[in-house]
Write a protein that binds this ligand. Structure first.
Ligand code: HEC
Ligand code: HEC
Length: 305
């Protein structure tokens, strides 16, 4: 922050505090005791300020002293606080406290406490970790904090977010591949082909794709669609349409659909393209944490088999 804005904040803050202090102190006394104006009284004889609205009168009573002292106390608190902690412009506070400092302190403590545990599990191959319930529990916790927002709390996914508990993988289900997916992230590229193959082309190839999964379709569309497939799609999805894990192109012959199996959704995938993105976690999680969460994900398919 520049010196100008620093002083701007300091003067404004302190000025405000002294102003409200002055206000509280001067108004502690009743009006009448320090002004020699004519005494105004209500009908019942209580001194008033003379303010009267709709028959409601403002009495000229002094502030209750409990209220007054609480008020002064809060002002003193504010001044002490601003002396000890950062708050006044660039002034760092007597205690030199910072939120990052406190956070770093906590991180350091946590690392001292958990570091050795992470390290120990980090050196055990994922296959072996499946026999360590405590390690999987830690992996599950990492999953809940970092992954469940997209993949669901039980990792079953939702539209556009793959189910990680079935044995159907876009990129592959080996422990190493799962780890790579998490560390580096994944960016799927299904190009928008509507403009290339035209509206009819989209509808025909949609019918062809759906026929591969045993969904009911119109036979004449399937034939035309197959031709489109064999020119435009096989490079990524494979000649047998069973997908290609190298580029995350899904198997189009099974009954698992990332974006839905209806004519509407399948034709939308082809017409507009899809670009599912799995964020990279190499900056957020350390390698041991990735190892643990990968073990947890890996264990999900083992358990269901
Ligand atoms: C912002 C949403 C998001 C978050 C957070 C997220 N993922 Fe993903 N993940 C995705 C998407 C989307 C895909 C599919 C990418 C694609 O369409 O190719 C994916 C794919 C994957 C895959 C590959 C699946 C396959 O079939 O090959 C794995 C494994 C995975 N995620 C694990 C995780 C783990 C573990 C975490 C937490 C550390 C995580 N993801 C956090 C969105 C997310
Ligand atoms: C450049 C490679 C590439 C080409 C060419 C390609 N696809 Fe894809 N396709 C992908 C990828 C990668 C995905 C996964 C998208 C994602 O995960 O977000 C995908 C997803 C899909 C989906 C969604 C599947 C689901 O489970 O919901 C359909 C349907 C599809 N493609 C059909 C086709 C058809 C039909 C063609 C040819 C007209 C085609 N694709 C051409 C790479 C390709």
């Amino acid at each position: 922050m520049s010196d100008f804005w620093s002083w701007y904040i300091i003067i404004l803050t302190l000025g405000m505090i002294f102003f409200v202090a002055w206000l509280g102190i001067t108004y502690r006394e009743t009006k009448l005791s320090n002004k020699d104006q004519e005494q105004l009284t209500s009908e019942s004889g209580v001194p008033t300020t003379g303010h009267n609205f709709d028959g409601i009168e403002e009495y000229d009573n002094p502030l209750p002293s409990w209220w007054f002292w609480l008020y002064i106390l809060s002002i003193v608190f504010a001044l002490v606080y601003l002396f000890l902690y950062p708050g006044l412009g660039n002034y760092k506070g007597y205690l030199n406290w910072t939120s990052t400092g406190q956070w770093q302190e906590e991180v350091k403590l946590a690392e001292q406490q958990y570091g050795p545990i992470f390290e120990r599990y980090g050196s055990i191959p994922i296959d072996k970790l499946l026999e360590e319930p405590a390690a999987l529990k830690m992996g599950q916790r990492i999953f809940a904090n970092n992954c469940s927002s997209c993949h669901g709390s039980s990792a079953t996914g939702s539209r556009g977010y793959p189910n990680l508990t079935d044995d159907d993988w876009l990129y592959g289900g080996s422990a190493e591949t799962i780890k790579t997916s998490i560390t580096q992230g994944r960016q799927a590229v299904m190009p928008a082909l509507g403009a290339v193959i035209g509206e009819d082309g989209v509808q025909n190839v949609t019918a062809y794709i759906r026929s591969l999964s045993g969904l009911s379709v119109e036979a004449d569309q399937v034939k035309l669609g197959e031709t489109v497939y064999k020119t435009m799609c096989f490079a990524c999805h494979g000649i047998d349409a069973k997908g290609q894990q190298l580029m995350g192109a899904p198997d189009l012959t099974d009954t698992t659909w990332l974006y839905g199996s209806s004519i509407k959704y399948v034709s939308e995938s082809i017409d507009k393209g899809r670009s599912g993105q799995m964020p990279a976690f190499s900056a957020q999680l350390n390698e041991h944490q990735i190892h643990l969460v990968a073990a947890y994900v890996y264990s999900l398919t083992r358990a269901s088999n």
